[in-house]
Design a protein around this ligand. Structure first.
Ligand SMILES: NC(=O)c1ccc[n+]([C@@H]2O[C@H](COP(=O)([O-])OP(=O)(O)OC[C@H]3O[C@@H](n4cnc5c(N)ncnc54)[C@H](O)[C@@H]3O)[C@@H](O)[C@H]2O)c1
Length: 459
């Protein structure tokens, strides 16, 4: 099928590359010219395992193209994905101006052929109808220009499109894997024709043609109305964020009563009604999705006269959790002024270069405020020189340089390579041998044997 993906960030680029890999003809559009040039030269602007290789093979197949020309993309696609960012506004609601610009642009380039316009961006509930309205406005504006120019009659540009909501559930760090091995595909809309086209688009994924385990039953497809599809995305992220806040709260109680939260998580996670995922206590959730999606759902609830108390508590537990790392450092080092703290990891989770709303950013800011010197080593940030935009932190190129002269190390991101560091050598380089494991990730015994005082979360 002919596909156009507008917005080539973590979601759009992965979607475009993966759809072309399963046989579709894809044009990816982005208004960032620099990014487009980079992608046209075969390079990925983001770090995502397996993406560069797949991008290369898709480009070689001739089924994947990049452009900054929206008209070209709209002309090409029978299915048009909107995959631009929806960052949070200071009020907590999501900033839909990029979606609006794209919807208007699509409207002004529609050429009469039937199109399915797909909201892949996470958008507030009700956005399906709103996008339809904006596309129609774009179409009407173009019509007006054409009529004024005497180029056409008012009947020529028809509104031959439907809007579908197709929320994305990929996880950064395993985005390609998740796209090929989805737990479910959600399609919201009221046009049978549009839903049928979306089902055709995804059929190879549903049939697990490129899945890791091809023997699994077909991927479930949830077909629903627009608002329910939009709500599914917010509810899923809010549930996961709440689950993490729950185990963090349990961890804080464990810390006080002398229980070990890792054992507690194991004990409750084996209950099939609970499940073991998202039960790792740590320094709180972050990233580009959970904080903004939970805030947006709280905001929507407020707009409709409902006080989402549970979600508000999940947010405040998370804020408190980030603060707690500072308290642990103060307990260990007392005065932080003049001390050097080394952060192992910066990104909000491993296998990504994404720093949006990463807990490390809060920690750096607070440590700077209290007069501590902050250094960091992150496998991706240190290596790729992506440290631009980070202030108040010295980026080291390896873990031993990080340890050199530190009063404490804080493990912020659970990168696998941190399991294999030479902690004995690192301890010898430290001024004071304290390691706070903000993810309960390391082997406590091994770290203690290496000479560190080990402090975990809730254990
Ligand atoms: N990142 C994730 O893990 C994830 C997962 C699920 C859903 N989502 C949702 O998907 C959406 C996209 O997220 P992301 O992380 O990929 O965003 P991103 O910020 O990484 O990428 C957005 C891209 O859109 C481009 N863009 C902005 N305005 C444009 C325009 N007018 N025309 C063309 N391109 C334009 C930007 O240049 C950028 O490349 C968001 O709504 C997000 O909530 C993200």
């Amino acid at each position: 099928m002919r596909v156009c993906v507008i917005g080539t960030g973590y979601v759009g680029l992965v979607t475009g590359v993966c759809l072309s890999h399963i046989g579709h003809e894809v044009i990816c559009v982005d208004n960032n010219e620099e990014k487009v040039k980079l992608m046209q030269s075969g390079q990925s602007p983001i770090y995502e395992p397996g993406l560069s290789e797949l991008m290369k093979s898709s480009a070689e197949s001739g089924r994947l193209h990049f452009t900054s020309d929206l008209a070209k993309g709209v002309n090409h696609g029978e299915i048009l994905f909107i995959a631009v960012g929806t960052p949070p506004l200071p009020t907590g609601e999501s900033d839909t101006r990029y979606v609006e610009a794209v919807a208007r642009g699509i409207g002004s380039h529609l050429n009469g052929g039937y199109k399915v316009i797909v909201n892949k961006s996470t958008v507030p509930i009700g956005s399906g109808d709103w996008v339809r309205m904006i596309v129609l406005e774009g179409l009407a504006e173009r019509q007006k220009t054409l009529v004024t120019a005497g180029g056409t009659t008012s009947g020529e540009l028809e509104a031959n499109f439907d809007v579908v909501s197709n929320p994305e559930f990929l996880r950064e760090g395993s985005a390609v894997y998740d796209t090929f091995n989805p737990d479910r595909i959600v399609l919201g809309g009221n046009s049978e024709k549009a839903i049928a086209m979306m089902q055709q688009l995804y059929q190879p994924l549903v049939d697990r043609v490129v899945a890791e385990d091809k023997s699994l039953p077909p991927v479930p497809v949830v077909v629903t109305d627009l608002s329910s599809a939009e709500m599914i995305k917010y509810a899923a992220n809010s549930f996961l964020a709440t689950k993490i806040s729950f185990i963090n709260e349990v961890a804080n109680i464990c810390d006080r009563v002398g229980a070990d939260v890792t054992q507690v998580a194991k004990g409750i996670g084996l209950d099939s009604r609970i499940g073991s995922k998202f039960l790792q206590a740590g320094l709180g959730w972050g990233g580009s999705c959970f904080p903004k999606d939970v805030s947006a759902l709280i905001h929507t609830a407020d707009d409709y006269g409902y006080n989402a108390e549970l979600l508000k508590s999940a947010v405040s537990v998370n804020k408190r959790q980030r603060q707690m790392m500072l308290e642990k450092l103060q307990q260990e080092l007392k005065i932080l002024k003049g001390k050097t703290v080394g952060l192992l990891g910066l990104t909000f989770k491993p296998d990504t270069d994404d720093m949006r709303d990463a807990p490390a950013l809060d920690l750096i800011e607070q440590l700077n405020r209290l007069g501590a010197k902050v250094k960091a080593y992150d496998p991706i940030v240190s290596q790729s020189g992506l440290s631009h935009g980070l202030s108040g932190v010295i980026i080291e190129t390896d873990a031993e340089m990080l340890a050199d002269g530190c009063d404490a190390l804080v493990l912020v991101t659970d990168w696998k390579e941190f399991l294999k560091l030479d902690y004995g050598k690192m301890a010898k380089l430290m001024t004071n041998k304290t390691l706070i494991d903000g993810r309960n990730f390391l082997d406590r015994k091994a770290v203690e044997e290496a000479g560190f005082r080990y402090v975990g979360i809730g254990r």
